[in-house]
Design a protein around this ligand. Sequence first.
Ligand code: ADP
Ligand code: MG
Length: 380
Amino acid sequence: MSTHTVITPPAMLGIVGGGQLGRYFVIAARNMGYRVTVLEPDPLSPAGALADVHLVAAYDDTDALEQLAATCAVVTIEFENAPASALATIADRTLVHPPTAAIATCQDRIAEKAFLEEIGAPVGPYTTVVDESSLEAAADFSYPAILKTARNGYDGKGQITCAEHAELAAAWESLGRVPCVLEQKLPLDRELSVVLARTADDRVAAYPVSQNQHLRGVLDVSHTPAYLPPGAPEAATDLCIYIARELNFVGVLAVEMFVVGNDVFVNEIAPRPHNSGHYTLDACNTSQFEQQVRAVCGLALGETELRVKGLAMANLMGDLWAQGEPDWSKVLCNPAAYLHLYGKAEARPGRKMGHITVIAGTAMGSADLARRLRRQAGGD
Ligand code: ADP
Ligand code: MG
């Protein structure tokens, strides 16, 4: 198919996955006059609730994929565990952006690291644990180290920290003896991310670099722009654009990076919009989700500059619902704060239920206020 395909409304767009990232894609696309079909097995999903058509079926269901191929001008994804091989079966009949090879690389940590090394992108020290002999060979590795399943991990799930090699066998056992990477646990000074879009004809647009704080392996608070030495944001952005080009990526992609002293390592690539890019909904002319629509439809990419000096985003996890619905009045009555709730039926601990964006002068000041408003909503 031509790389210059331009898809215009009221075309039907398809998206695999029904979470909050898909929900914002649906909103952006429908605002622009497109229709959207969501493939998501959960009948009560955030994206399915707002879709024109919700196919309630497994992500690899043949009939559902058939319907996507037959009715959608382009099919994209909102989470990296959408099965690349299933999507490959429809890629000869409709556009699939990002390309299934790029999805396949990003959904397997072993393939992802091999790709990054092959293109000369910096990755932290790691080895693989795939069988008994690699398990034994990892005795020479540096500890503490984090064992991560190669596939299906997210929000820190499928990861176990090992203080020494003696703990590795039990850790691998409890992860089900599936293929894993073992990463040296790095003394992180900072975590950064860059969200960018690329079209099939190689136009790119990157958002400013964000700085991310995680709690128990899950993004907690993110502020933008990151405070970095002169030249560092440009270098990080160039690295991410290089990665997107080498992946032949089309759509919106995020690269997570670790900063240790003067070194920057690529942690992982998310082949979709990213939690750390949610601020673009409130602080940029083009949200990362509208940008995803624009990129996969071959349109002009929208502006990515911040309209404000600095901002922060705080995630709202299900834990905040321990005492019932949080009290949103302080957040909603503060003109610097923007509340987003994803419409999830059940608030489970560790589940991302929404986020707050705060635009209050500097990025740091905004982060403090975002945390305070979140505490108040939880009753503290
Ligand atoms: P996920 O797919 O769940 O986002 P990540 O590999 O990004 O998994 O890990 C989640 C978080 O755990 C990271 O953002 C970071 O805070 C921490 N982490 C992961 N790997 C390492 C590492 N090698 N060294 C130090 N911290 C790490
Ligand atoms: Mg991550």
